[in-house]
Design a binder for this molecule. Structure first.
Ligand code: SF4
Length: 981
């Protein structure tokens, strides 16, 4: 959000002159001038020198000139994972947060936000937010609650965790997080407890893409340099719903302004597609075929970067393993490469995708002309929708790898080199000794993240009991597929002993908790963030803004709960307190990780935790802070973010310094091992736990051109075109970037079925996090089914008519929206809406429904939508809409990809005109069919027991949150897993 103070019509020259004059004026006062977002008009941000006393006219008092005095306090948005900087406008007279705007000091977002950032203020003032700890008073889900004292809740939870640890029932403690929004605090907590209890949402989100990237480069996310690209290729609706939405979107637009061509693969005419030079409306799941056709074009025409391929691909390993009869030369490899993708012609890709061959050819020509300035990105989208979706990311990155557009200006960088995770104070050195097979079953040895969405089935079929189950920023009943199976699990005390929901707002999962504990919103909590949004390294600080404001006024605030509304806590203080109660006398060796260094025997405070990190773990921050006369913590409280470096560059090319090459040994694959210790700043060049040489040396890099260079954190140290990991763990036919026909490929659909896309959202809502934000709900509050006019005519419906969408396990009833913006034969429904409650709960976002069950048959029918109501906020009486959309995810079976483990979201559905008995918002599911679907997809897997090459359950080098001790990787697995298949 920026404020414009220019007016009237002006030429660009006039505007530039006025910008220069404004800059001179501001700088003459010794203050910082922030140019506006477009850099040509006069919009600007308040100079940081005046953030402690900023005066603005009160817009609501107009036409009177009423001045308001503010303190501007930075924090970090939490309404998606982009972690954009926000500036809270804290009224100096009342110490209330009046609004949020962008933080121009934040290197990722650079002062800009999407609508969800400023809407944070409406979440703070939401009349339905949870302000008191609550304990269940009736049956789970009955909706009866009573207030409970924090002490009582903490003692109860801590007592159960303590007993589980003492009785060696570590597997029964699980922390299930949706959006972490922080780096390391909670993982550190679980490591301190010795519990392999981390569970995430990632396998219903980004695991597919991550797996594709990880297998190539040992790092699991792309960091595209859109701003400097010549060609930007996006496989997603990136500008509205993609990964790092605002930070990337602004750089995509800057790249375009500099002349970059934008190619977008998107089945829908999304906002992103409308900005494209070439929009390819690919049939869902065909994306990899199109990408391979482009790769084939680059290879056939010789327009790829052979020097880069020769130096950095593991082609030697591929030739040795797959073509042992041929000479191990690069020329022989180039010949093999030419043959490998010859079948991927433009015509083949056209037949698979429905995109004309000429359009694909034109896109291929543009890519061929990009040189190394090719920035590409895929995150959820196709990788999250399809069986084999991980190959979409793998084939997309193949284009970068062919062009040498890897970690160079305008290319795509690996995330780890553009993300900074500092070393925390008192890090538990030990890894959990136990393996949790409820999250990491050996059926899915290569799954990149926890098999989180299978939890109801795994607990049901494998005797799973969780004695303490935390959900935090996570609403699996609503967000996950197969929500009724989640309800069955959450209401079964044999499977869930105690469910603790940590949340600021009610959600469908919290209704089925035993404790609901109120947590702070983004401006009421501490977190560290850092994300790969350009070729640089930054760290952001989320902080309770009223705590920082009061401290700026000279007050001493010892706990965040002194400044939060009601009895709201921040999570970090919750974890510290809970840990102390689990290990009150320190005898379990857990409490010590949360003890103060400054005051031995006392609890660590968040000030000490973050103060130590900023002082000791963030290069350059202490010096920068000192130049302003501030401590590092005070600097971060004042500005909210710090850029450690603006250019990182191709780390893989860096020569390893002599000092690190003590007694260096290079093996036959070029991998270099050293006896020297790791450098002190491992975050800049992170390496996974790659094996040493067995003689006390550690991996330090790879020899290229006769020099030991950093290389990539893969088993070979190079980009892995051929994956030994896939080949050795049972998937030799998948070891190369390739094309997997999706489960929604036309050949797999039954007559009358269509593909449903459910992986997109509108840009002003994100799952449950943006709920209860009245501004956002006014803008977007429904999710009709996109239907092509041809399909609509065949079905006999028009816009606004009700349609029934039947999936494998049930159906839902929704309104149709007839549009040319969707590929014929495909329907689409945004996943951002469809919230529900059975009784009391949020009034502006949720429909009130009847939830019915008969055996395994479940149903939801709508009693009423939303509407105006009286509260402290007069705006709630002005709610003019009644619709809140329809919850579709409950009708989706689990569909885990057998390799990446990602849920394959796209659905094979039948769409018909709604029948007489159908009503808007109806949802119906038979969970017996859900169980059948779970077993069907389980048959696609290749279990570690049959396919492990080394007696372990998972390749040790693959990423893993809270990585257990190496011994825990060894099979045989826990007794609850099947011993035979
Ligand atoms: S919701 Fe918008 S402002 Fe907030 S972090 Fe995401 S992109 Fe940035």
């Amino acid at each position: 959000m920026t404020r414009g103070n220019g007016g009237g019509s002006s030429t660009l020259d006039d505007l530039n002159q006025r910008v220069s004059a404004a800059r001179a004026d501001v700088e003459s006062r010794g203050e910082t001038f922030y140019p506006g977002a477009s850099r040509v008009h006069l919009a600007a941000f308040p100079p940081k020198e005046r953030w402690s006393d900023w005066v603005e006219l009160d817009s609501k008092a107009w036409p009177e000139r009423v001045e308001r005095r503010y303190m501007l306090v930075p924090t970090t948005c939490f309404n998606c994972e982009s972690a954009c900087g926000l500036l809270a406008y804290v009224d100096r007279d009342t110490l209330e947060v009046r609004k949020f705007e962008g933080n121009p000091e934040h290197p990722g977002s650079r002062g800009r936000n999407c609508a969800k950032g400023p809407a944070t203020v409406t979440q703070l003032t939401d009349p339905d937010r949870i302000l008191t700890p609550l304990k269940r008073a009736g049956e789970r889900g009955e909706g009866k609650w009573e207030p409970v004292a924090w002490d009582e809740a903490l003692d109860d939870i801590a007592g159960r965790i303590q007993a589980a640890i003492d009785e060696d029932r570590h597997r029964e403690i699980m922390y299930h997080v949706g959006r972490p929004g922080e780096d390391g605090f909670t993982e550190r907590t679980l490591a301190a407890w010795g519990v392999d209890g981390h569970n995430s949402h990632t396998n219903i989100c980004s695991s597919g893409a991550r797996a594709g990237y990880h297998l190539w480069m040992g790092m699991d996310r792309p960091s595209p340099d859109h701003e400097n690209a010549q060609v930007i290729l996006l496989v997603s609706s990136h500008l509205e719903a993609g990964h790092y939405f605002n930070p990337h979107a602004q750089r995509v637009m800057e790249g375009k302004k500099r002349g970059a061509k934008l190619i977008v693969f998107d089945t829908r005419l999304s906002n992103t597609a409308t900005h494209a030079d070439h929009w390819l409306s690919t049939y869902p799941g065909s994306e990899a075929a199109v990408l391979l056709a482009i790769a084939n074009h680059l290879i056939r025409t010789g327009r790829y970067n052979a020097e880069f391929v020769e130096r950095w691909w593991n082609w030697g390993e591929y030739m040795a393993e797959c073509h042992p009869d041929q000479p191990a030369t690069f020329e022989a490899f180039q010949r093999a490469l030419r043959d490998l993708y010859a079948e991927y012609t433009f015509e083949f890709a056209a037949a698979e995708s429905g995109v004309p061959a000429e359009t694909i050819a034109a896109a291929a020509e543009i890519v061929a002309g990009a040189g190394t300035r090719l920035s590409t990105h895929n995150w959820r989208s196709a990788a999250a929708g399809n069986l084999g979706g991980w190959q979409v990311a793998r084939t997309l990155f193949l284009l970068n790898a062919l062009m040498g557009a890897v970690a160079v200006p305008g290319g795509t960088y690996p995330n780890s080199w553009n993300k900074f995770v500092p070393r925390p104070i008192r890090m538990p050195a030990q890894h959990p000794k136990r393996w949790n097979d409820l999250t990491w079953p050996a059926d899915y040895p290569l799954s990149l993240m926890e098999m989180s969405f299978l939890l109801p089935h795994l607990t049901a079929e494998r005797n799973g009991h969780l004695d303490v189950y935390f959900t935090r920023v996570y609403n699996p009943v609503w967000t996950n597929p197969d929500g009724f199976s989640w309800l069955e699990m959450l209401t079964d005390p044999k499977r869930i002993g105690l469910h603790v929901a940590l949340t600021p707002t009610w959600n469908e999962t919290a209704f089925f908790a035993d404790y609901v504990l109120p947590m702070g919103h983004s401006s009421e909590r501490h977190d560290l963030t850092s994300y790969e949004q350009y070729d640089g390294l930054w760290i952001g600080f989320r902080q309770p803004v009223l705590r920082a404001a009061r401290e700026r006024l000279g007050e001493k605030v010892s706990s965040t709960r002194d400044v939060t509304p009601g009895e709201v806590w921040e999570e970090n203080e919750f974890w510290i307190e809970l840990t102390w109660r689990i290990d009150p006398d320190g005898s379990r060796g857990i409490r010590r990780f949360f003890e103060s260094r400054e005051r031995p025997g006392e609890k660590m405070t968040v000030d000490e935790y973050y103060g130590w990190i900023f002082e000791n773990s963030v290069p350059g921050l202490p010096e920068k802070a000192a130049r302003e006369g501030l401590s590092p913590l005070a600097y971060m409280r004042r500005y909210g973010a710090f850029e450690i470096g603006s250019t990182v560059g191709p780390v893989y090319e860096q020569r390893v310094p002599e000092a690190e090459l003590e007694d260096v040994q290079v093996d036959g694959g070029g991998r270099a091992y050293t006896r020297a210790a790791a450098p002190p700043s491992p975050n800049v060049v992170p390496l996974p736990p790659l094996d040493g040489d067995g003689e006390g040396r550690r991996r330090v890099g790879v020899e290229v051109d006769g020099e030991v260079r950093r290389g990539f954190p893969t088993p070979t140290g190079r980009l892995e075109f051929w994956s030994r990991t896939l080949a050795e763990w049972g998937w030799p036919e998948m070891a190369l970037p390739g094309y997997v026909r999706s489960h929604v490929h036309p050949a797999s659909l039954e007559p009358g079925q269509m593909c449903l896309i459910s992986t997109f959202r509108l840009p002003v809502q994100i799952h449950t996090r943006s709920a209860n934000a009245k501004w956002l709900n006014e803008i977007a509050h429904t999710n009709p089914l996109w239907l092509n006019p041809g399909d609509a005519a065949r079905i006999g419906v028009g816009t606004g008519d009700l349609v029934r969408v039947e999936t494998q396990i049930g159906h839902f009833v929704v309104k149709a929206w007839v549009t040319e913006g969707i590929h014929p034969g495909v329907v689409a429904c945004s996943h951002h809406m469809g919230r529900w409650k059975t009784g009391d709960g949020p009034r502006q976002t949720m429909a009130t429904v009847s939830l019915d069950r008969e055996g395994t048959d479940w149903g939801i029918s709508r009693k009423k939508g939303t509407g105006p109501f009286r509260s402290d906020d007069p705006d709630t009486a002005r709610i003019w809409w009644t619709d809140v959309g329809v919850h579709q995810n409950m009708t989706f079976p689990v569909q885990p990809d057998p390799i990446s483990g990602a849920h394959c979201w796209h659905q094979a559905v039948r769409v018909t005109k709604a029948g007489q008995g159908d009503r808007y918002g109806d949802i119906s599911v038979d969970t017996a069919r859900s169980r059948e679907a779970f077993r069907q997809w389980l048959k696609l897997t290749r279990h570690a027991a049959q396919h492990t090459p080394d007696g372990t359950r998972r390749p040790f080098w693959l990423l893993r949150p809270v990585r257990p001790d190496r011994d825990a990787y060894r099979l045989p697995w826990n007794s609850s897993e099947p011993s035979e298949r």
